[in-house]
Design a protein around this ligand. Sequence first.
Ligand SMILES: N[C@H](CCC[C@H](N)C(=O)O)C(=O)O
Length: 281
Amino acid sequence: MKFTKMHGCGNDYIYVNCMEKMVKNPEKVAIYVSDRHFGIGSDGLILICPSKVADFRMAMYNADGSEGKMCGNGVRCIAKYVYEYGLTDKDKISIETKGGIKYLDLTIEDGKVVLVKVNMGAPILEPKQIPVTIGTDRCVNEAITVDGKEYYITCVSMGNPHAVTFVDDTDSLPLEQLGPHFEKHEAFPDRVNTEFVQVLNRKEVKMRVWERGSGETLACGTGTCATVVACVLNDLTDHEITVHLLGGDLYLNYDENEDTVWMTGPAAVICDGEIDISGLE
Ligand SMILES: N[C@H](CCC[C@H](N)C(=O)O)C(=O)O
């Protein structure tokens, strides 16, 4: 299987061009390639597929083989891939995901995609749709006990479920220990991605993330969208913010009038390669 390893702010996935041929058993392949010791090493697997309703279709799998409905860093990387590997010459593209069709604007310099701006669509706030069992109309600043300690969460779906909690200091958080307790908490029937956010000022926050199915990652695009929405709902920041992640910065704009979130950030190619997956197919 030919692949390209790419990352968006350090959130790395193995990308496979499936325009001609699909990968069989993507769940098993995701687990194998993601392993950082016995595989290639990544946060998961992303397939670039043909679409009937958009320019391309994304299928994404976490490191544990579970399927995710959306991936913000992933759609930016797909934009870079399809342009730089000659699958399109357009600088505005659409990508079908299980979380809806996303529209992307590519900034191109010397034939390279240096920045991608994505219309990530409307945040979903109804608890049942996220899904989260806490809250009636919305789950904003609601108390939850996790591993014996009380936290306040604001829940947002960006196609996939997120719980945002505000903390005093992201650096000192024992995420390896805490993350799984959020992910598997009974309040989240489909598990959850959790963002731990430290507000620096009205325009800047720091964030660490524990991703469902992949553990701590260096960045999460949909997580930064959920973060800006949670910041605005709790009146902690402006609508336009910079999110500082372990792997870099993303720029977010929650346009409440249009009911959409804009995410802007980079995408990078690490390498191309080929791996034998014959035992898995
Ligand atoms: N890293 C991704 C999100 C993956 C979400 C996945 N962990 C799930 O919802 O199961 C992003 O940049 O948006």
